[in-house]
Design a protein around this ligand. Structure first.
Ligand SMILES: [Zn+2]
Length: 61
C-alpha cells in the first residue's frame, strides 16, 4: 500500500503568509502556514509574526 500525497485544495480562507519569512522555517516547512488540529490554516507562529491586520496597506516610502 502506498501513501500518496493528496494535493492540498486551494485554501479559500487561508491567511496570507509571507513566504520570504518562511524560507528557513522548519515548523511550517516553508509554507508560512500550518494546519491546526481542527483543520484550519493558520499563520505559522514561528516565522510569521502575528500582525494586526493583513489588509493594512503598506506605507509607501
Ligand atoms: Zn514557519
Amino acid at each position: 500500500m502506498t501513501h500518496e500525497l493528496t494535493p492540498l485544495p486551494l485554501p479559500v480562507a487561508a491567511p496570507r503568509a509571507d513566504l520570504s519569512l518562511a524560507q528557513d522555517c522548519s515548523n511550517c516547512y516553508q509554507w508560512g502556514t500550518v494546519v491546526t488540529a481542527a483543520g484550519h490554516h493558520t499563520l505559522c507562529l514561528v516565522c510569521q509574526r502575528p500582525t494586526a491586520g493583513t489588509c493594512r496597506p503598506v506605507p509607501a516610502r
